[in-house]
Design a protein around this ligand. Structure first.
Ligand SMILES: *Cc1c(COP(=O)(O)O)cnc(C)c1O
Length: 223
């Protein structure tokens, strides 16, 4: 199927409250434009420089989401235009995002990444750390960021019981932390679910899914 067909097929099955982020990492601008021409306006990338290059080449009504692990020294390159940063896993990073957003007179929306997988390879903070950050005075002083939700990645496995347990942990964490509204924290988004597990993620309460290969085809990292 074409990119357009894949996209429309996935969208036709999504409940209305679920936002689709089209994960376009490693794919050429021509592929992204095919999705754009089929109506897609939210794209997710996992490398800052690649996202900047695509931002420069593409129409300006696109929302760019940074879904990868963020190095503090690179935040400045995307601060002018990024609309949501999914993988925020420490307070120092929030401080840097705030600093760079201020230079552009913007408020940048962020998701706190919670470590829900049992794999060591996945980044993220514990529910307790997230709770402490949200309630801290230090966070309330960052006027140029807003914490709008949580993000998580399940273990890469065929064991759906395990994945379901991990997604449910994120949903429970979200429900608990959502009570803690502050000046710059109001949790609304749960970003969980990828090509292989987004149906299950939605069943477990996700309202933002990040789908790459089911839209654009398998990624080839060798070229
Ligand atoms: C690559 C990536 C995705 C999309 O993965 P697919 O399996 O291709 O849908 C989602 N989230 C993150 C954080 C990613 O890095």
């Amino acid at each position: 199927m074409s990119i357009q067909q894949n996209l429309l097929h996935i969208k036709s099955k999504l409940p209305e409250h679920v936002t689709l982020v089209a994960v376009s990492k490693t794919k050429p601008v021509s592929d992204l434009m095919e999705a754009y021409n089929a109506g897609q306006r939210i794209f997710g990338e996992n490398k800052i420089q690649e996202m900047v290059d695509k931002y420069e080449d593409m129409p300006k009504d696109i929302e760019w989401h940074m879904i990868g692990h963020v190095q503090r020294n690179k935040v400045k390159h995307m601060a002018e235009f990024v609309s949501l940063i999914h993988g925020v896993d420490n307070f120092k990073l929030l401080k840097e995002i705030n600093k760079q957003a201020k230079k552009h007179n913007r408020i940048i929306n962020c998701l706190l990444q919670i470590k829900i997988a049992s794999e060591d390879s996945k980044f993220g903070m514990s529910p307790n750390e997230a709770s402490e950050i949200i309630q801290s005075k230090a966070l309330s002083e960052l006027q140029h960021i807003k914490v709008v939700g949580l993000m998580g990645m399940a273990t890469f496995t065929n064991n759906t019981n395990l994945v379901e347990k991990e997604f449910t942990l994120l949903k429970t964490t979200f429900d608990n932390l959502k009570e803690l509204q502050t000046v710059n924290c109001k949790l609304q988004t749960i970003s969980m679910g990828m090509s292989g597990d987004y149906q299950l993620a939605i069943d477990c309460g996700s309202n933002m899914i990040r789908v790459g290969s089911s839209i654009f085809g398998e990624r080839n990292y060798n070229n």
